[in-house]
Structure formats: C-alpha cells, structure tokens
Ligand binder design. Sequence first.
Ligand SMILES: [Zn+2]
Length: 73
Amino acid sequence: MLIPIRCFSCGIVIADRWTKYKKLIQPKDEGGEGKSIEEALDEVKLTRYCCRRMFVSHVELIEEVAPFSTYRY
Ligand SMILES: [Zn+2]
C-alpha cells in the first residue's frame, strides 16, 4: 500500500525518501533517472539492510486500492 513511515526494525523515518527513490529507479524514457536499485538506495542514504529491505520489498498498491475506498454515509 503506502510505504511505512518508519523502518520496522530500527525505527528510522524512511517515508520521506520514497518519492526521490522512485524517481531515481524510474527508467530514463519515462522521465526518471534510470539508476539501479543499489545506486538509488545509496543516493537516498539508506545504508542499513533493515531499511533497504523496506524499499526493496515494497509493492505500491495504493493506485489499485484507492478507487474502492469511497465515502461511507
Ligand atoms: Zn532500519
């Protein structure tokens, strides 16, 4: 869904780096920078492997789920 605000293991705030990370790994022909995941994680300064796994293992499903979350009366 959404990236968790903090790393589950060490508690450092990680969500603020998600947008930059996504832009870095996006292919160049789609407007990103086309970097590898390893380079992108280094650039957003996620060095611990507990924090890196939060980004690597994350599947962003918010766009698919959001249409079904309508206002309830
Ligand atoms: Zn961590």
